[in-house]
Each structure stands twice: as structure tokens, then as C-alpha cells.
Design a protein around this ligand. Structure first.
Ligand code: HEC
Length: 109
């Protein structure tokens, strides 16, 4: 059952990215970079990193701001200016970044 859910999840992720226009996502991302960083790593400490995040999560977050399920004084305005195609293209663009993560050293005392 767990395996079936996992596969269903993967299918959803790839389905969501199918048909997305990465070139359009890249072009649109220029209006996001002042807060979220050109590479999706935020320079502004109040803004979250978007690079490498799942496209499903990013898409849902933007739709939630657009529909008012989630509110933020900046994002609620920005999301309302985007079409659902633009949201999918932006989500696919930021999801396509690859990250390398290094865990911190475990503290010793
Ligand atoms: C003026 C600064 C600013 C700009 C420009 C901006 N954002 Fe944001 N964004 C934020 C902040 C701040 C948050 C966190 C808001 C919150 O607490 O809900 C956020 C949150 C998000 C989230 C949710 C991330 C998460 O981890 O939950 C997404 C997705 C997002 N922004 C996408 C975009 C996209 C795409 C653009 C360009 C079209 C954009 N943002 C432009 C400031 C900005």
C-alpha cells in the first residue's frame, strides 16, 4: 500500500511537470528573484528558498495565495497576477534546480 502511494505520488509529480514551459518559467522568474534569488535561493531572510522544492508544493502554494487559502501581503498580490499556466511553468522552473545539502556536524559536548 505504501509502495502504491509512493508510485502514485511520483506519477503526480511527473504529470505536473509534463507540458510545463521551462523557458516561460525562467522568463517569469525575473519578477521573483528580488526576494527569492535568481537561483531560487532567497537573499531576503523573510522569503523562502524555492530551488529544488517539489513542483506540486510550489504550485499548491501559489494557488493557495491566489484563492486566499494562504495569505501574505506580498505573495497574495503577486499570485493573483499569474495565470494557472504561469504558475505551473514557474513551479516547474524552480523544481528543476538541483541542490546539494550538507548536514551540520553533530554537536559534541
Ligand atoms: C517582494 C518579495 C517577493 C516577491 C517579488 C515574490 N515573493 Fe514569493 N514569497 C515571498 C515571501 C515573503 C514569502 C513567504 C510568505 C509567507 O509567509 O507565506 C513567499 C512565498 C512564496 C512561495 C511559498 C513557498 C513555501 O515554501 O511555502 C512561493 C511558491 C512563492 N513565494 C513563489 C513566488 C514566485 C513564483 C514569485 C514570482 C512570480 C514570487 N514568489 C515573488 C516574497 C516574495
Amino acid at each position: 500500500m505504501k509502495k502504491a502511494l509512493f508510485i502514485a505520488g511520483l506519477t503526480l509529480i511527473s504529470y505536473s511537470a509534463i507540458g510545463a514551459d521551462l523557458a516561460n518559467g525562467k522568463k517569469l522568474s525575473s519578477q521573483c528573484s528580488v526576494c527569492h534569488g535568481k537561483d531560487g535561493i532567497a537573499k531576503d531572510p523573510e522569503s523562502p528558498n524555492l530551488a529544488g522544492q517539489s513542483s506540486l508544493y510550489l504550485e499548491k502554494a501559489m494557488v493557495d495565495y491566489q484563492k486566499g487559502f494562504r495569505e501574505d501581503r506580498r505573495m497574495s498580490i503577486i499570485a493573483k497576477s499569474l495565470s494557472i499556466e504561469d504558475i505551473k511553468d514557474l513551479a516547474a522552473w524552480y523544481a528543476a534546480f538541483e541542490l546539494t545539502v550538507t548536514a551540520p556536524e553533530a554537536p559534541t559536548d
